[in-house]
Design a protein around this ligand. Structure first.
Ligand SMILES: [Zn+2]
Ligand SMILES: [Zn+2]
Length: 454
């Protein structure tokens, strides 16, 4: 919220990636933003004095490596379209920081919120996490400390959650259709962050069929009050449009007007497009509504051709269910300091967790062991040992080290030692080290004995 009031303009970047698709019939394909583009031009939005269009730029390798451990390397996990989608968010970040705009919306694809810290391939249509890349850029370039990411896509933002799992300064809130009934099958209330960051990840699973009323209840009663208390420097929105009632991949009953109103209340500094697969019946209206709300324009006339007020009514039982979930999450948030204190008691110097991650698009199975040092003097360095398998063959393995911002001398020393120890270990394919303080990335290929750095 640092730049509010400097200028009244809303920055837009429109990048439909007409040459990138998973397959010709896949829902994440070129036509996704075709009708949106027509609608935006038809409404004359690009010609309004309140709106400035920006040209995207390419994200740099370091922008990606600041977040991700791509295996075997960044280049092999991305296309130019990924660099442009991620780079668009950074262009808006710079415009926001310089005061040229008061907010911005990156209407880009491919999306990103299912990409986790380690990347072996494509998960849920995502290779790299545009939102996380934006967050880390804003922190390293502009020194922001506390950032809130609100994920309003119908699918749980599991990638963003995983990347900031141990970070108490990034509040990740995701509401979504219940994981029992939708991909990726996670995002339950009890997923709330690592021991040092409990309740800085908040999940609000909602029943299929939730309407404007239910989503605005969550926003008014939970998300807005939590943001008031967290006091972030920036509010960022992973804006997925697939809560819409016509979306073919999900079962919610949210409207374009409901999305616009949500955006007006949330007042995000930057929105980054995630999913939304009703190419013709939802995306043009929802995106237009969001742009109008961000630019302070009247969106009351905005509605889908087939929308009739009162078309979707939420049952009493559904309302009770949503109220109960909100109350439960509210309690976790209220108890956050207590939860962290209790969790750290009895844990030793290191916290370990094992994970199995499935890449549905690329059919890769990954197993990971993540270790975080519970350091009294800094947020502690992290190591990840990862192995990916496709079918019966080992695809790739890596050992990754991350040095946090404001790392203490002992964490920095130990992290470097771990990196050195794994170099030329023939059981591991690649060794990488991310240094957030110095903003550098080192990468060693154990098979070719070559090194690279960004
Ligand atoms: Zn989605
Ligand atoms: Zn330390």
């Amino acid at each position: 919220m640092s730049s509010k009031g400097k200028s009244g303009k809303t920055g837009l970047i429109f990048f439909p990636a007409f040459d990138w698709a998973i397959s010709p019939t896949h829902p994440e394909r070129e036509e996704r933003l075709l009708y949106t583009r027509d609608q935006i031009f038809e409404e004359g939005l690009m010609d309004l004095p309140q709106i400035d269009e920006y040209k995207p730029r390419l994200a740099e390798m370091l922008d990606i490596a600041r977040v991700h451990f791509c295996v075997p390397d960044v280049e092999s996990q991305i296309t130019e379209a990924h660099l442009i989608a991620a780079g668009s968010t950074l262009t808006l970040a710079d415009a926001l920081e310089s005061g040229e705009i008061r907010n911005g919306f990156a209407l880009v694809r491919p999306p990103g919120h299912h990409s986790m810290r380690v990347v072996h391939g494509n998960r849920g249509f995502c290779n790299i996490n545009n939102m996380a890349i934006l967050v880390e850029y804003m922190r390293s370039k502009y020194g922001h400390k506390r950032i809130a990411v609100i994920d309003t896509d119908v699918h749980h933002g599991d990638g963003t959650q995983e990347i900031f799992w141990h970070d108490p300064d990034v509040l990740c809130i995701s509401f979504h259709q219940d994981g029992h009934t939708l991909y990726p099958g996670t995002g339950f209330v009890n997923e709330m962050g690592g021991p040092q960051a409990l309740a800085r990840t908040l999940n609000i699973p909602l029943p299929p069929g939730t309407t404007d009323e239910g989503i605005h209840y969550v926003l008014d009663r939970l998300i807005l009050p939590v943001l008031d208390e967290f006091k972030p420097d920036l509010i960022l929105n992973s804006a997925g449009q697939d809560n819409h009632y016509t979306d073919p991949l999900a079962n919610m009953r949210f409207s374009a007007n409901g999305y616009a109103r949500l955006n007006e209340k949330l007042a995000p500094d930057i929105c980054v497009l995630e999913g939304g697969y009703a190419v013709e019946t939802a995306l043009p209206y929802v995106n237009t509504g969001i742009i109008q709300a961000m630019a302070g324009l009247d969106y009351s006339h905005l509605k889908e051709p087939d929308f009739v007020p009162g078309r979707f009514v939420q049952s009493e039982q559904m309302s009770r269910e949503i109220e109960a979930t909100v109350a439960q999450v509210q309690r976790l948030w209220d108890d956050r300091d207590e939860l962290v204190k209790d969790a750290l008691e009895g844990l030793g110097d290191f916290y370990r967790r094992k994970k199995r991650i499935f890449y549905d698009t690329d059919m890769i199975n990954e197993s990971q062991e993540e270790t975080v040092r519970l350091c009294p003097n800094c947020s502690g360095y992290m190591t990840i040992s990862t192995q990916a398998q496709r079918g019966y063959g080992i695809l790739n393995s890596a050992f990754c080290v991350s040095i946090p911002r404001k790392a203490c001398a002992s964490c920095r020393e130990d992290a470097k030692e771990e990196y050195e120890e794994h170099i030329d270990d023939c059981r591991i394919g690649y060794v990488c080290m991310q240094d957030k303080d110095r903003d550098t990335f080192k990468f060693h290929n154990n098979m070719t004995h070559t090194q690279k750095s960004y």
